[in-house]
Design a protein around this ligand. Structure first.
Ligand code: NAD
Ligand code: MG
Length: 387
């Protein structure tokens, strides 16, 4: 029996993790969970799982829930997140919080020797240099939940002794994969949120449309698999069937395929190195598909991808700036305050204005993340004033 903490339980990954755990109750015991503001969904989840400790963001929600469910312990805020990420009896923390907010809980969980099933890619983007060291120091496992990275991880099983020549990181291309740059002018939030292959949280769906998501994943792959940026090749693969692949020195390419279902990657991270039945999993019928297609991304059309390679190759604090500016610009777009193409424009401006810190500490990253968000807000306010 594995004891689990699920961070971000009310999100898209969090809810799919709950499904996986309920399907394998003889394997997994969810001890603790965290949520943001969706208290209705949190209550439904509590009733299904009956955890021992639950963390929410607001004290008010915490007090309300404590009164209603006196047999459960409720905690709140960042201290609460720390508490549930470090509970003694917990073996593995699945981090499905979205954004920079997932960083500190990951660090605290590693420091208390928990294995990490990581969906929160932003953790590795901003602090890969710190996380990889901590993982080694504390002897814990860092298991990818992102489908592409799970595919790479699966492709590497039995090949740990062999050098990676290249990683082929596949991308669906997002909601606007068939649009030209000109056609991206004035696209709506609703259109951007309509992902062709995956149903995911709002932030990552917009990131898929800009291709910042793939850019973040390039950086995530660098840290997870210890490769150079010129060994990571992004391929547009609209069918989302080959979830990614690895080429070895002998030119053999090993990849992982399957119907698009995040529960597989979640479950593999939790059951690794074993494989268990995926309840209601759909088998892949290659003859039904007939063909799979791949093409190189157009770096002018997908400028976000160029920005991500630049941030990754430069290293230091630049990925943190890209990430913080993107989180803010992504939110402003969803709130209808900026245009779609302004997202990458604002991220680039923030990157250009930033004074690089070579080997940032956690405290510096917290400041730099805030600086990048404030920079984007200031830019928008100034533009509004000028108009
Ligand atoms: P989501 O928006 O659906 O859920 C996010 C969760 O985090 C919610 O439970 C929310 O309450 C919580 N949360 C948000 N802000 C918080 C904060 N400040 N403090 C504490 N909790 C907070 O997001 P998602 O789509 O499930 O994605 C979660 C993470 O997994 C992201 O990093 C994303 O990039 C990654 N990921 C998601 C998918 C997917 O299919 N959804 C696939 C691969 C990777
Ligand atoms: Mg992914």
């Amino acid at each position: 029996m594995k004891n689990i903490t699920i961070l971000g339980v009310t999100g898209s990954i969090g809810q799919q993790t709950v499904d996986v755990c309920l399907h394998h109750q003889d394997e997994f015991n969810v001890v603790a969970m965290s949520a943001g503001k969706n208290i209705v969904l949190l209550e439904t989840t509590i009733q299904k799982i009956n955890p021992q400790v639950v963390c929410v963001i607001d004290e008010k929600d915490c007090n309300y829930l404590q009164e209603k469910y006196p047999h459960i312990r409720f905690v709140f805020g960042s201290a609460g997140l720390d508490e549930i990420a470090t509970i003694d009896q917990v073996d593995i923390v699945l981090n499905a919080i979205v954004g920079f907010a997932g960083l500190l809980p990951t660090i605290h969980a590693i420091e208390s020797k928990k294995d990490i099933a990581l969906a929160n890619k932003e953790t590795l983007v901003v602090a890969g240099h710190i996380i990889t060291k901590l993982v080694k120091e504390h002897g814990v496992k860092l298991l990818p939940v992102d489908s592409e990275h799970s595919a790479i991880f699966q492709s590497l099983q039995g090949n740990e002794m062999n050098k990676i020549k290249r990683i082929l990181l596949t991308a669906s291309g997002g909601s606007f994969r068939d649009k030209t740059r000109e056609e991206l002018v004035g696209v709506s939030v609703k259109e951007a949120l309509n992902h062709p292959n995956w149903s995911m949280g709002a932030k990552i769906t917009i990131d898929s449309a800009t291709l910042f998501n793939k850019g973040l994943e390039v950086m995530e792959a660098k840290w997870l698999f210890d490769v150079d940026y010129d060994q990571i090749e992004v391929l547009i693969h609209p069918e989302s069937i080959l979830h990614s692949a690895v080429e070895f020195e002998d030119t053999s390419v090993i990849g992982q395929m399957g119907t698009p279902d995040m529960r597989l990657a979640i479950q593999y991270a939790l059951t690794y190195p074993q494989r268990k039945k995926l309840v209601n999993g759909k088998s892949l019928d290659l003859t039904e598909l007939g063909s799979l297609t791949f093409k190189k991304p157009d770096f002018n059309r997908f400028h976000a991808l160029s920005l991500a390679y630049r941030a990754g190759k430069t290293g230091g604090s630049l990925p943190c700036v890209l990430n913080g500016a993107n989180e803010m610009a992504n939110l402003l777009f969803r709130e209808g305050k900026i245009e779609f193409l302004q997202i990458e424009e604002l991220v680039e401006k923030a990157m250009n204005a930033h004074e690089l810190v070579k080997d940032p500490t956690i405290d510096q990253l917290l400041d730099i993340d805030q600086w990048a968000r404030d920079f984007v807000l200031k830019e928008i306010n100034e533009t509004c004033r000028r108009l």
